[in-house]
Every structure is written in structure tokens, then in C-alpha cells.
Design a protein around this ligand. Structure first.
Ligand SMILES: [Zn+2]
Length: 93
């Protein structure tokens, strides 16, 4: 996992197809219930369960932006069948 600045994070995710509105919460969030028990590596150094997270934004090809439950950072996470891979995270939220 790579830690990048928030500005860089926004740039990268917008170029990956996330609209600015998605960050404002106007986009429908995906149903994450299938991933309830799955954890992801967070930029804060912990592992969190997906169901403990507050917000997610779906990007095509099973990539999600997931906020740290402690609101420390944002994570860009790729979902496989029963596992996750955090590609990069922001240094702040
Ligand atoms: Zn965290």
C-alpha cells in the first residue's frame, strides 16, 4: 500500500472515474453486505471490517473508496472474491 497526499488521492480517483458528486454523497452507495466479514488494510495502520466503515464509493471493476472508521484517511481498495487489496491511501481525510 502506498500513502499519498489527499490532493493526489483525489486526482487519482477522479481520473479512475469517480465523479466529484460521489464524494459529496449523492451517489448511491453499493451494497457491501456480501463483504461483511472481510477486512481491509487501512492507511492508519489498522485492519478494519468492511461493515464498520462509514462510506464507500464504487468505481468500475470492483474498486472502492473506503473511509477509515476513525476518519483518519481514505483508502482505495480493490475487491477480489473473498479478499481485498488496498492499492493506496491518503494521508488525511
Ligand atoms: Zn483506519
Amino acid at each position: 500500500m502506498k500513502i499519498i497526499t489527499k490532493e493526489e488521492f483525489m486526482k487519482k480517483t477522479v481520473s479512475a472515474g469517480v465523479s466529484a458528486e460521489a464524494f459529496g454523497g449523492t451517489e448511491t452507495l453499493p451494497d457491501m453486505s456480501n463483504y461483511g466479514g472481510v477486512k481491509f488494510n487501512c492507511g492508519c495502520g489498522s485492519k478494519h471490517k468492511i461493515k464498520e466503515t462509514r462510506a464507500t464509493t464504487y468505481i468500475p471493476k470492483k474498486h472502492y473508496i473506503i473511509l477509515c472508521p476513525d476518519l483518519t484517511c481514505m483508502n482505495y481498495v480493490k475487491f477480489n472474491f473473498f479478499s481485498t487489496e488496498t492499492i493506496f491511501a491518503s494521508d488525511k481525510c
